[in-house]
Design a protein around this ligand. Sequence first.
Ligand SMILES: [Zn+2]
Length: 116
Amino acid sequence: MTTFDRDDTDNEEHCPPWCLADHEHQGDADQRWHYSVCIELPLVELAPSDGVPGAKLTDTALSFDVGLERPWGSTATYVLLGVGAERVRTFCLTLESTERLVAAVKDVARIARRSD
Ligand SMILES: [Zn+2]
């Protein structure tokens, strides 16, 4: 576990075991955060061809990132769901929200598979 001084007081910041961040290069405390390995999933979504709104919808390759983040000075862990290298769409969900989302996705996928 890596430990950093959180500020000029005696507070210390402890990295969670999954943290890969190089905090020495993240700047001041308000610019620091903990993050994990990022799992990149190749997905397919139904989207307008060439990304043009209103264009015909077609199966489109999508890079989807999944990882963990924790704000500096917090004990709360969030699940990062980011789309694409530039992360034009990103969610940072609580663990409870992530579990509800995963359960709902499994439920609707199961319903779809049953009706195929
Ligand atoms: Zn850390």
